[in-house]
Design a protein around this ligand. Structure first.
Ligand code: SF4
Length: 292
């Protein structure tokens, strides 16, 4: 059990610009961002670069991953949670007014919806594009319960990047992601490429949940076996003592080693350092990976 954060987690205070952006997103546009709900350490940096990650479909998830800080559905509640159909338009408005350059659209997992929320992703992409034709759009999608048509509807919208996180290695999966399925997540990434081979795909793994080097190597080879293009590796930080405990803090040098390994086995773009998070690696206009 690791508690004290190593020195390399020291961070600068957020700029006023970042704080202003964060306030207007929440107060003016009534929008959820993963930045807030997941206590993302990079919020100041991303907001200062006019990048934001919007969480659609509410702030309550129908699953209970042990590492995640997002609000969870009440146990035994078997009614459908609400869907805010005005949300896509408000996100499009926020993107325009705040002059954002790149947005990531993600969601909690909504197993209570027939399509897992795919239609709301499509409506949000279309609304954002409608008001901001040049915007870079990335979607970070749940597994849509493995529904082929749901995934296809999102792939057809051709966002710049489609992300789906493996989050951890096959041997740790059942310990922290009981309702998800390692093979189903790999199949989803594989299906993205069979539906549109030109579509850029991306995945992310948190380090420090107890995986051995051999487990991590296996997971990276598995992602390459489904032609995943972009990879993010970041340090798992436990949101509270009620969440799954950190088993190990990887040093910046270890992250560099894994980054080199990932490039050697064929990933096109890799972001690997302790504070790296999924939306931190974006694809700017020149297809260059930027630290957003
Ligand atoms: S499915 Fe996603 S949002 Fe839901 S608990 Fe798991 S990690 Fe968090």
């Amino acid at each position: 059990m690791k508690n004290r954060l190593p020195v390399w987690f020291k961070q600068d205070l957020p700029s006023q610009k970042a704080l202003d952006l964060s306030d207007s997103l929440r107060n003016e546009f009534k929008l959820n961002t993963v930045c807030h709900s997941a206590k993302c350490p990079n919020m100041p940096h991303c907001f200062s670069n006019r990048h934001a990650t919007f969480m659609i479909l509410g702030d309550t998830c129908t699953r209970r991953c042990g590492f995640c800080n997002v609000k969870k559905i009440e146990r035994g509640l078997n009614r459908q949670l609400p869907v805010d159909f005005d949300e896509p338009y408000r996100i499009a408005q926020a993107v325009k007014v705040l002059n954002l350059e790149y947005v990531v659209i993600t969601s909690v997992t909504r197993d209570d919806l027939d399509d897992g929320g795919a239609a709301h992703f499509v409506n949000t992409i279309r609304a954002v594009r409608g008001l901001n034709p040049d915007i870079g759009i990335e979607v970070l999608i749940p597994d849509f319960m493995g529904l082929h048509n749901a995934l296809e509807s999102v792939v057809k919208e051709k966002p710049k990047v489609i992300s789906h996180n493996l989050e951890t290695t096959s041997n740790i999966f059942s310990l922290v992601r009981g309702e998800a399925n390692y093979r189903r997540s790999l199949n989803l990434l594989s299906n993205i490429k069979s539906m549109n081979p030109a579509q850029v795909s991306k995945s992310s793994i948190m380090l420090g949940l107890g995986e051995a080097d051999s487990d991590l190597r296996e997971a990276l080879y598995d992602l390459r076996s489904v032609n995943c293009d972009m990879l993010v590796l970041g340090q798992y930080l436990s949101p509270s003592t009620n969440h799954y405990p950190v088993q190990k803090f990887y040093s910046p040098q270890e992250f560099d080693n894994w980054k080199d390994f990932a490039y050697r086995i064929g990933f096109k773009d890799v972001c690997a350092f302790p504070l790296a998070r999924t939306s931190y690696l974006s694809l700017n206009k020149d297809r260059q990976c930027t630290i957003s």
